[in-house]
Design a protein around this ligand. Sequence first.
Ligand code: NDP
Length: 279
Amino acid sequence: MNISAKTKICMVIGDPIEHSLSPIMHNAGYEKVGIDSEFVFLACNVIVDQIADFVAGIKAMKIRGVSCTLPHKMEVMKYMDDIDEIAKKIGAVNTIVNDRGVLKGYNTDLIGAIAPLQKITLLENKKVALIGAGGVARAFAYGLTQKGSNLTIYNRTIEKAQELATKFGGDARSFDTLEDVKNMDIIINATSVGLDPNYNESSLPKKLITDKHIVFDVIYVPYDTKLLRDAKQKGARIIHGIEMLLQQGIAQFKLYTGYDAPEETMRNALLDHLNRKTK
Ligand code: NDP
């Protein structure tokens, strides 16, 4: 262990937080780049009522970077000294950088949402079904409409889909019309359906998936969700949830440390942890 009194602290906060893979991913990156004496990445359970105290603590303890997960991404915005334009437009901050006592909020979920898709397809004029209208769906809705995709947002609570469509663009639909995804190019599950321990639940009936689809599931535990297993069987191209976690983490790594993140090392650390390393 290379931690000393000079080591700068980064961390992820949330409630709950014990499931977070961010410390595994970032610390593996620090070690690979040889900066594990300069930086360490921890996790802290912070309840939403204590977010103001926590933010004061970031300044008092000179914590370098903070990743925010549920339920803090919106609440924390009130306490920032500055907020990046994209984070303002999305309406959520998942990354705080402490630059000599000035706290700036960013949103790297956008990169996490869009970069994995852009690695395999162009997004302009693509017909995209976004299933879900919660926090994660916001970054997709903003990013996809910015890239010129034709977005349809499906959600159990239709009002939330309508809210996103009004803010970012696209159409809002209820699950009754999911049949239409057959003719779309990309399907994204941004709901929590299929999350551990519900391995055999999916937000989309298998019969609606074809070999023309790209299917992206934001859930990363389990690694192969029911939706992705179904999509693979149907011959669709698939994107695993850890790709989103990884790409948003890579952007945070650069913001916190100034170094380029070692993508393969960080991906392998995640895959190792999920027991799915293939080589
Ligand atoms: P939110 O609580 O903000 O939103 C949850 C969404 O799931 C809502 O659209 C909700 O619909 C829908 N939903 C929940 N249960 C059901 C159900 N039984 N049937 C249909 N729809 C349902 O959560 P987030 O958007 O923050 O997170 C969603 C998932 O994304 C999490 O489960 C997490 O695993 C994953 N995640 C992945 C990340 C990654 O990097 N890959 C990062 C962060 C989260 P309704 O509006 O009707 O309630």
